[in-house]
Design a protein around this ligand. Structure first.
Ligand SMILES: NC(=O)c1ccc[n+]([C@@H]2O[C@H](COP(=O)([O-])OP(=O)(O)OC[C@H]3O[C@@H](n4cnc5c(N)ncnc54)[C@H](OP(=O)(O)O)[C@@H]3O)[C@@H](O)[C@H]2O)c1
Length: 202
């Protein structure tokens, strides 16, 4: 059984590598998303095929060190339902929250899952620099009482063109923030890639 639980919101897209690394390190990784089966391997998908109903929860034991991925069907637009579904699968309060949540849902979703966190559990909030620009700077951490590392994902300049960070670059940057969080480092804001300077003002 995993001894540490991480709740990762938005962890099945470009931050899948981050979730996979936590799994490989033996964490129970709880992943709410609208399409939970998208996170499963082919064996787990085959086991689900032919069922008459779509379950809210799909479990797949894939970590080499006893880690467990728990994919949960949930939508940010229904934050209380999301929290209820996550509560059903958590073996204990979460020791870590990683949140890559669209800015318009961020406060409601983070407040809804706050009761599922262990006291003082660290939080890593991931922001898109374009969203930060729209709200004129990095917001204060959403959850009081939880030391928060904030990460702003920027862009990469290459040959006169700019493009998004690769999924790996984004995952590596967020994992670095996870390590800062787990090491008990003071709350901070870091950028990954290039970000307009004024966007980082708080
Ligand atoms: N600065 C950057 O580098 C940057 C910033 C933004 C985007 N991008 C690029 O743009 C691509 C698309 O970005 P993206 O914003 O779609 O990120 P993404 O990380 O690829 O996917 C979003 C994540 O959030 C989940 N999600 C989305 N809406 C949800 C909802 N309503 N309820 C619950 N979970 C939800 C998704 O799962 P479900 O879909 O299953 O719900 C997925 O896990 C990325 O792959 C990346 O390459 C780059």
């Amino acid at each position: 059984m995993s001894e540490r639980t991480a709740l990762v919101l938005g962890g099945t897209g470009m931050l899948k590598g981050c979730a996979d690394e936590l799994l490989a390190q033996g964490w129970q990784v709880v992943l709410p998303s609208r399409r939970p089966d998208g996170t499963l391997g082919s064996a787990a998908k085959a086991a689900l095929r032919g069922r008459s109903h779509v379950p809210h929860v799909s479990r797949a034991e894939t970590g080499q060190q006893g880690g467990q991925r728990v994919a949960v069907a949930a939508d940010w637009s229904l934050p209380r339902e999301l929290a209820d579904r996550v509560r059903e699968v958590m073996e204990r309060p979460a020791d870590l929250l990683v949140a890559w949540v669209h800015a318009s849902y961020r406060d409601d979703v983070l407040q809804a899952v706050a009761p599922l966190l262990a006291p003082h559990a660290p939080v890593v909030e991931v922001h898109d620099s374009a969203a930060i620009r729209a709200v004129r700077g990095v917001p204060d951490p959403a959850l009081e009482g939880h030391p928060t590392q904030q990460v702003v994902l920027g862009f990469v300049r290459h040959g006169g063109k700019t493009h998004w960070l690769s999924h790996e670059e984004a995952s590596v940057g967020v994992l670095e923030a996870v390590h800062r969080a787990l090491d008990g480092r003071p709350p901070s804001v870091h950028q990954v890639g290039e970000v307009d300077t004024w966007v980082m003002r708080r």
